[in-house]
Write a new protein. Structure first.
Length: 186
């Protein structure tokens, strides 16, 4: 082994902890900066770079500098200001779950609300996901709705109040209640 290789190897072995100093920056935004509420339930970034946040006092779109807030008092066709989940499709259509007022779609700058009158099993939504066939699955307290071809089909069953959905090829539900782990086939 040449002397230059030995010196390089010795340098690498003697100074293994030399690293570049990280340049981290922590920023915080609150209601003082335009966020409608300090409790954020869901965050999503769309392809246009906007960050969308759900709160119990409105849906917020953040452009990196300022918030634009959409709520029942300032936006047409919003049934509520209490938003809990958000999902984006590839075309940046947003699907927003409300706490007890159904499902909201934001598409081409317009909001549209779907409720039990439109075929949802309940207006109390828990989660929204994309199925492998491209349809949307909307998890409610009274069952799952599949949204395909602009209409709902329903599979009814009662869900416990506390649960989470984990996905892979199949859907799994966990619960802090007595139900434990359950697999949902849709």
């Amino acid at each position: 082994m040449s002397l230059s290789k030995k010196l390089f190897l010795g340098f690498c072995l003697c100074f293994p902890f030399i690293t570049a100093q990280a340049q981290y920056r922590f920023d915080s935004w609150t209601t003082d900066n335009g966020l409608p509420q300090n409790s954020v339930y869901s965050i999503l970034q769309t392809a246009d770079g906007h960050i969308w946040l759900t709160t119990l006092d409105g849906l917020a779109r953040f452009d990196g500098v300022r918030f634009t807030v959409f709520n029942k008092s300032n936006t047409k066709n919003l049934p509520s200001s209490r938003f809990i989940k958000i999902f984006a499709e590839a075309d940046d259509t947003l699907w927003i779950c409300t706490e007890e007022s159904g499902l909201v779609r934001y598409q081409n700058g317009e909001f549209q609300t779907f409720t039990t009158a439109d075929g949802l099993p309940s207006n109390n939504l828990r989660e929204i996901l994309k199925d492998t066939d491209g349809s949307l699955l909307i998890f409610t307290e009274n069952g799952i709705a599949r949204f395909r071809d602009n209409r709902f089909s329903i599979r009814r069953f009662r869900l416990p109040k506390v649960w989470r959905i984990k996905t892979s090829i199949r859907f799994w539900k966990t619960s802090a209640a007595r139900f434990g782990l359950q697999r949902i086939k849709v």
